[in-house]
Ligand binder design. Structure first.
Ligand code: HGY
Ligand code: MN
Ligand code: MN
Length: 410
């Protein structure tokens, strides 16, 4: 009997047809969590999981699991997968590479008629991106007891729709409990979303851990007034305070820690009119670092900057830290399994830390976990032009196949 092998053509046909769901004209995808396009993607995942002979379960958070029996079925499974929700006008490789890569691993084992000692489960997590419903990694976060179900169901998008309502609307509010259970190992293959693999000319990385990060929401409340007659010393301009804080984010990243990054990615202005002094500005702040002390120091400093900016402008303000996930090294034995797989398959590799958050951040709290990265062309992600060379995805999937078999034999 032949060894299980990745079938590049079979995998690529699936990947290319999956990329047509919610496709944008510029070559990306628009499949935000629980949207109609996300439902179409989910339906396709369920269809393909079933076609591969998997026993499909949907849990209370809409996480989709496909189970493949092992010889000793009562042993804790090896779990592997990622997500298919996307950014608004995001890339078609983010998340999907890991879900369809996991499916290809199952197809390869099916084709070779191999039954692993431990059962296998592949998974598609809900709301990893956190753009429509904050915070991100919500489905895996409830699964790992980081968030409770009621909190998750109550999260609202900008139109006031709740996560629970939208999950019901797309018929993915499953019955299976979404809670921690005994998992032997979690693997996640994902595009790097940064420049390092391409710069090193390498096809794959064993991921050693993920940055810690903080997501914050800030609202400044000033006074709308006419942009013409209102003297400058009588203004309470929420936009001026916001611009002070945005500059402070950049200053803090230059002076706290060594790998700290900071972003103000979303700004909503009211009434948002050319001749009206902005009354309300609501914006987000995202700080990340592999050094949690640097993240905490940055959060403390930006809170102070927010207070000072409000005082200067005579504004009220609200500050909320909506999520804080710690920097976590992955499990050494799992990292070593990925390295051993790369070496056995004779692929050059490196070891990297992830600046992007992943569901593996949370799985790492309940079971030994690690990740496999494949390169992002020009280091681009969260943009429609996100791209990864197909042969790199095949290399990553071959390593995932090998690593899964190793851990499933333990
Ligand atoms: O924000 C992140 O790093 C991930 O895309 N949710
Ligand atoms: Mn992702
Ligand atoms: Mn992403």
């Amino acid at each position: 009997m032949a060894d299980p092998a990745v079938d590049s053509e079979r995998f690529r046909q699936k990947f290319d047809s999956f990329s047509e769901i919610g496709a944008t004209d510029a070559g990306g995808v628009n499949r935000p969590a629980l949207s109609d396009e996300n439902k179409q993607a989910r339906d396709r995942v369920v269809e393909w999981f079933e076609d591969a002979g998997l026993d499909v379960t949907i849990d209370e958070m809409g996480n989709i699991f496909g189970r493949r029996d092992g010889e000793e079925d009562d042993l804790a499974p090896v779990l592997f997968g990622s997500h298919v929700d996307s950014q608004y006008n995001g890339g078609r490789f983010d998340g999907v590479t890991g879900v369809l890569g996991a499916l290809e691993v199952v197809e390869a084992l099916n084709e070779a008629d191999v039954t692993t000692r431990r059962p296998l489960e592949i998974v598609c997590w809900s709301n990893e991106e956190g753009v429509r419903f904050q915070p991100d990694m919500l489905g895996s976060g409830v699964f790992c007891d980081v968030f409770d179900l009621d909190y998750a169901y109550a999260r609202e998008d900008k139109d006031g729709n709740t996560f629970g309502e939208e999950l019901e609307r797309i018929s993915y509010k499953g019955d299976a409990p979404c809670e921690p259970r005994d998992i032997h190992t979690y693997f996640e293959m994902h595009v790097e979303q940064g420049p390092f693999l391409e710069q090193e000319g390498l096809p794959v990385a064993a991921v050693e851990g993920v940055f810690g990060f903080s997501w914050m929401n800030v609202t400044f409340e000033g006074q709308a007034n006419h942009a013409g007659p209102t003297p400058m010393n009588m203004r309470h301009d929420a936009m001026v305070a916001t611009s002070d804080v945005i500059q402070a984010v950049r200053r803090i990243t230059a002076t706290e820690g060594t790998d700290l990054v900071g972003t103000v990615g979303s700004v909503d202005v009211w009434p948002n009119a050319i001749n009206v002094i902005p009354e309300t500005v609501e914006f987000t702040v995202d700080f990340r670092s592999y050094d949690d002390d640097a993240v905490d120091a940055a959060v403390g400093r930006i809170q102070q900057e927010i207070e000072w900016a409000a005082e200067r402008e005579g504004l009220d303000y609200e500050f909320e830290q909506i999520m804080r996930v710690d920097a976590d090294p992955f499990h050494e034995a799992c990292i070593d399994t990925v390295v051993a797989a790369a070496e056995e398959l004779d692929h050059n590799y490196t070891r990297l830390v992830s600046g992007a958050g992943h569901d593996a951040n949370y799985l790492n709290k309940i079971c030994p976990s690690s990740m496999i990265f494949v390169p992002s062309v020009d280091g681009i992600s969260h943009r429609e032009s996100e791209f990864t060379e197909w042969e790199d995805i095949v290399v990553g999937t071959e390593i995932l196949l090998e690593a899964v078999q190793k851990r499933a034999a333990e």
